[in-house]
Design a protein around this ligand. Structure first.
Ligand SMILES: [Zn+2]
Length: 450
């Protein structure tokens, strides 16, 4: 007797492709794929629907711990779009105390399987460095290393750099920290590049050097916002050549031509508009008293001075280049989901369904099998999850069931958390967490500590 039978659906395994088959689940695992009926305590009729491995989002910005409490905001929008496992702590930002964050998340019961990186920027702050532009002294660097080791012992997946946010870090310092990570098996280093647009290629070159010198695998975060201003073709060539030469460098991307960040960050330092080839009008304010407004010089200056944590979106990227990157085999899909007071970029609630609706179904830029591979198998492999990312007996029963004809992202800049349509069931370890775009209230996910 199985726990659950999913019948009449079409599976999309990222390696073997489509097949019409029934799936039985037991004890949180995929038990058997069969054309026959199988006796189970419960059934889901997936007639006319596709069954994919649960999506794995290698790049999110998790809900913060505030007054020692976590309110699910990003976690919620993310599971509603079919994500069953996600990696937080990206772009240099992570919880100030990782083991404490894990404890609090455990108490609240995680909504999705969760892994976390340690953010370099946060470690730097914790070591008492206030100036992001400053080169740090030997004693502070020693303290950062000590804190990083503490996180790695607590189960951190690795280290994330937010180079654009902490310009003070040197390449030498990055090499030393990556060497430290390389001493721990299966860990990952991710990097939000140092420069975008006109200096994007130089940023990619820096990451190639670090990976080559240390032997550490490196993931370039949200490549589109680094290179989709005319540099993508060349950047992809550099990444491909590095891989051919034995460097383990891959990247992720979200399917939008606007990026988003905090207005007070170094991303918006003088010269940025010229670099992106835009003016103030291309900057949209996503929260606070100017929410929904386009920027003016006056508003920009006011927010940079007084409301530095305001999230804004910048329409500056070339969509054709985003598509070119999505199609590249070394790229995977990730949301870069980030919400502040429930506001932000629609990517937090739209990324995965948008790729399927827009780039697979409508524009046919990529096949469904390849898209699913970039949303499950590739990221699973990247972070060393050997039991996830495929539909095969023995694998974890993390599954996303959707209607291919109806799947659609609904999140917009006006309504950034609006749930998608067509994602009918999301299962984590065989338990239904989402049903018809709504949370069921059940929990079965786990914190994955290395
Ligand atoms: Zn970033």
């Amino acid at each position: 007797m199985y726990d659950l039978l999913i019948k009449n659906g079409i599976i999309i395994d990222p390696i073997e492709g489509k097949a019409k088959t029934n799936i039985s689940l037991k004890d949180g695992k995929i038990a058997k794929l069969s054309q026959n009926d199988m006796a189970a305590k419960k059934e889901i009729n997936a007639e006319g629907q596709y069954i994919s491995p649960g999506f794995i989002d290698i790049h999110i910005h998790e809900d913060k711990l505030i007054n020692n409490k976590i309110e699910f905001d990003v976690f919620k929008t993310i599971v509603l779009m079919g994500v069953t496992t996600a990696v937080g702590g990206n772009c240099g930002f992570s919880s100030q105390n990782l083991s404490n964050y894990f404890d609090e998340l455990e108490k609240k019961k995680p909504l999705i399987n969760y892994l976390s990186l340690s953010g370099y920027g946060s470690l730097r702050e914790k070591a008492g460095v206030k100036d992001n532009y400053k080169d740090i002294s030997g004693s502070k660097f020693k303290e950062i290393k000590r804190l990083l080791k503490e996180d790695l012992e607590a189960g951190s997946l690795g280290l994330s750099f937010g180079l654009e946010y902490t310009p003070g870090i040197s390449t030498k310092e990055m090499i030393e920290l990556s060497e430290l990570i390389a001493e721990y098996p299966d860990r990952l280093v991710t990097a939000h590049y140092r420069f975008d647009s006109l200096r994007a290629l130089e940023s990619i070159a820096e990451l190639i050097i670090i990976s080559r010198e240390t032997g550490q695998k490196i993931q370039i975060s949200h490549l589109g916002s680094c290179t989709a201003y005319g540099q993508t073709t060349e950047a992809l060539k550099m990444i491909e050549q590095a891989n051919k030469a034995g460097v383990d460098l891959m990247a992720d991307i979200y399917p939008y031509d606007a990026f988003s960040s905090y207005i007070g960050s170094a991303v918006f330092d003088p010269g940025c508009f010229k670099n992106w080839g835009i003016n103030y009008q291309a900057v949209k304010i996503l929260e606070g008293k100017y929410k929904g407004h386009k920027c003016t010089e006056e508003i920009f200056k006011y927010l940079r001075k007084n409301e530095v944590d305001t999230l804004v979106a910048v329409s500056a990227m070339d969509e054709e280049e985003i598509v070119e990157a999505i199609q590249n085999p070394l790229l995977m899909i990730a949301s870069d989901g980030l919400l502040n007071n429930g506001q932000g970029h629609p990517r937090s609630a739209g990324t995965f369904p948008r790729v399927i609706a827009k780039y697979v179904r409508e524009e046919k830029q990529i096949s469904l099998k390849d898209a699913v591979k970039k949303m499950s198998y590739l990221p699973a492999k990247r972070i060393g999850l050997k039991q996830k990312g495929r539909i095969k007996a023995g694998y974890d029963a993390d599954l996303t069931i959707f209607d291919f004809a109806k799947i659609k992202d609904n999140a917009t800049f006006e309504e950034p958390t609006k749930a998608p349509t067509g994602i009918n069931h999301v299962l984590i370890k065989g338990v239904e967490i989402v049903q018809q775009s709504k949370l069921t209230g059940k929990r079965s996910a786990e914190i994955i500590k290395l």
